[in-house]
Design a protein around this ligand. Structure first.
Ligand code: SF4
Length: 379
């Protein structure tokens, strides 16, 4: 990879490696408020519209020293890592934090956060788990209004029609650009490697979106398509890119990502909010149309059928499940989905990952073996 000063990928890699410096500087320079949100599914548009910068928190890759004294050691790395950061005072620049209810672990995390850090303004976004329930949309609308009022209290700025329209437009534009980058990766995976493209996604969640959009204009959009015949086309399901080096492994081992449901991957950009009279409803509709996160419920048979259809429609030759260790929700969907894939002759690999004890070399070995299975199957 080129690493000259003019390398347009460097700013994104820098933000991924050090997500703190730029946002702390921004806050010093402008006095803007910064609201942290645990992934997934906190609507960044609401935070943006309140005048604050949303800053995504994920715990993958954080080495744990202090958090185990506060939360059961069988908690996933994502909540452990986020807690570790706060315990190490690395999140002191945040003006507030939103924790979404996606599972019992995040619910516990919310109560714990309130107790351990009583001075940190903390809110709980009670996302509906039964997303197919007829009342889920109305309920979520009320919940977004409640969170908006909480945000207004922190930033002392009203979320109004103008600010929300602006936020929705900025985020839609950014998602469209990220989507273009993702498709570029499939056509030119040497230049637009998974490691580079996913760094665009990861960094977009940690700096002002407008700045990120501008940085993306310097990318090599006009590079001609490359030959990709020897690459294995994969689809990935999981929470975040964990271990963080996994995208580098995909590149090195000759995989090409054609789809994923990772919350810092394609899932985060697949649906835009469509502007309508009720702008909060636009965000609700976006959430409801997004691929359900692990642990959300819809009709179980339909969930599996839709999953297989998504894989078929992007032409994936194999599926990788990146399952966070100690995540019951991820483990529970690892029976029917792999079974359905087997019935459809789509090979799959289940990797259990954790920043406590997952060896990258072991993952590499398993990916190498999986690549062999996929390329042997090629005509
Ligand atoms: S759903 Fe799983 S990975 Fe996500 S926060 Fe809960 S336990 Fe962790």
């Amino acid at each position: 990879m080129t690493t000259t000063k003019s390398d347009p990928w460097i700013p994104f890699h820098k933000i991924v490696q050090d997500p703190w410096s730029k946002i702390i500087q921004e806050k010093k320079d402008t006095g803007v408020k910064v609201i942290g949100h645990i992934l997934p599914d906190v609507p960044e548009e609401l935070i943006h519209a309140s005048g604050a910068i949303p800053f995504a928190l994920a715990g993958a890759g954080i080495s744990i020293n202090l958090a185990q004294a506060k939360i059961p050691s069988y908690s996933c790395s994502h909540v452990m890592g986020a807690l570790e950061l706060q315990l190490k005072s690395m999140l002191d620049f945040l003006d507030g934090i939103i924790i979404p209810y996606v599972c019992d672990t995040t619910r516990n995390l919310y109560h714990l956060w309130r107790n351990v850090f009583p001075d940190v303004p903390t809110e709980f976004l009670r996302l509906p788990k039964k997303v197919a329930d007829p009342d889920a949309s109305r309920y979520l609308h009320e919940e977004y209004i409640r969170i908006s009022k909480w945000l207004n209290g922190i930033t002392e700025r009203e979320i109004d029609e103008n600010s929300l329209t602006r936020a929705i437009s900025v985020y839609s534009k950014s998602r469209d650009q990220l989507k273009s980058a993702y498709f570029k990766m499939q056509r030119s995976p040497e230049t637009w490697s998974a490691h580079r493209v996913i760094s665009l996604f990861e960094s977009s969640l940690r700096i002002p979106r407008e700045d990120h959009l501008e940085l993306m204009t310097y990318l090599p959009w006009t590079v001609p398509d490359e030959k990709i015949s020897d690459r294995a086309r994969i689809y990935v399901r999981g929470k975040v890119w964990d271990p963080p080096e996994i995208t580098k492994l995909f590149d090195e081992l000759g995989f090409v990502l054609v789809g994923d449901e990772i919350v810092t991957g394609f899932r985060s950009v697949m649906v835009n909010a469509i502007i309508q009279e009720d702008l909060v409803q636009s965000l609700v509709d976006r959430h409801m149309s997004t691929v359900p996160y692990t642990g959300y419920y819809t009709d179980p048979r339909k969930m599996v059928e839709d999953f297989v259809e998504r894989i078929r429609s992007c032409g994936a030759e194999g599926v990788i499940f990146l399952n966070p260790k100690f995540c019951e929700a991820a483990a529970s969907c690892c029976y029917e989905k792999p079974y359905a894939l087997k019935k459809n002759n789509i090979p799959n690999l289940i990797l259990e990952t954790s920043s406590r004890g997952t060896s990258t070399s072991q993952i590499r070995l398993r990916l190498e073996a999986f690549k062999e299975i996929l390329t042997d199957d090629l005509p």
